[in-house]
Design a protein around this ligand. Sequence first.
Ligand SMILES: *Cc1c(COP(=O)(O)O)cnc(C)c1O
Length: 407
Amino acid sequence: MVEVNVESIAGGPGDAAHSSWLELSASALRHNVEVFRAVEGRSGPSRALGVVLKGNAYGHGLAQVLPLVHEGVDILYFIAPQDALKVREHERAHGLPPKQVVVLGAVGPHEAVVLAREGVDVVVADRGWEDAVPVLRAARLERPLRVHVHIDTGLGREGFTLAQLPHETRFLLDARDVLEVVGGLSHFANTEDVTEQGYALAQVDAFETGLGLLAEQLGGGTTGLQRHIAASAASLVLPRARYEALRVGISLYGLWPSAETRLSARLVLGEVPVLKPVLSWRCRSQVVKWLPANSYVGYGCTYRTSEPTRIAVLPVGYYDGYPRLASGKAHVLVNGRRCPVLGRVMMNHLIIDVTRATADERPVTATLLGRDGEESVSADALAGWAQTIHYELVTRLGAHLRREVVE
Ligand SMILES: *Cc1c(COP(=O)(O)O)cnc(C)c1O
């Protein structure tokens, strides 16, 4: 009997025939970390550089990104507790000193026990945490769980509003044996959509008011608290918001939060820092062939060739995260040339026009995202064709895709 190794045929290493793959640039990632090191070092005492690895490291792949950034940053932020625990696994496997890890998202009482034992910080954002207190006590922890109190300063999402604050956080006073308040955080609603930061500055004021109330309640002032509110955009364009730690997400991966942020960065920093996109998405063609003039292409017969057309069929589609809404608008790159996507994006297929991009019917490699020669397709462009934002586009890249770290 012939032994079949499923790993080797199902998108395993070296197998580019049946699927697209992602390339992650280690040097681009290092460069982006350096950009934020320079930013955080600009004003006042040095502060912690935290990076956000939620959503499978913004779709880039947590398993690949974590080893690349672990050494160069100070804090790792997650939404899901199980992702945070992967940091501790990585550290144990490689004998590395533990970094500060913070779970920003919801945590159940039993998860809280595990996180406490692993020395992972959590965020207390509502009174639901009262239920965790007896569970944490029963677990007889060696050390209390480290918590950051989330203050809702105007996003209207999680956190205690200023109206709730002194009264709804009172339970923390009686829970000091298991919950140790080490920080305070908030999150901006409107830093990337505007160049005028009035709303954000009002949030900063509310943050300080909230921290003051909290410090008064817990005693000891705000000096011991690690304060953090700045995601990528505020880290770049709102110096007042930098406090003790940055929480850089999208820009770690080399993407600007928005065009407005880029404009504001020129004003605030005096220059536009260069961010390098970390991700490229490539795909080998399944077949290249000629279609005669007047041939229909794809489901719905939405496209018809007007002349003989050399097409390439790519084994990639919306299952992999290529948005169907980009049908009829997107292009990919082959041999450094733009090739329009013809007809509809399908679940596992994309058809492109390679008439001018290649000279024969041999297989081609298409770049769906990233650079090929002089041309590039940005996550912003592909997201725009699909009427969404690059945050959504990259986080929806299939977890099943092969991810390769390149220099
Ligand atoms: C996602 C997130 C961030 C990072 O935001 P970017 O705009 O990607 O930098 C920071 N803080 C919180 C609470 C978040 O949810």
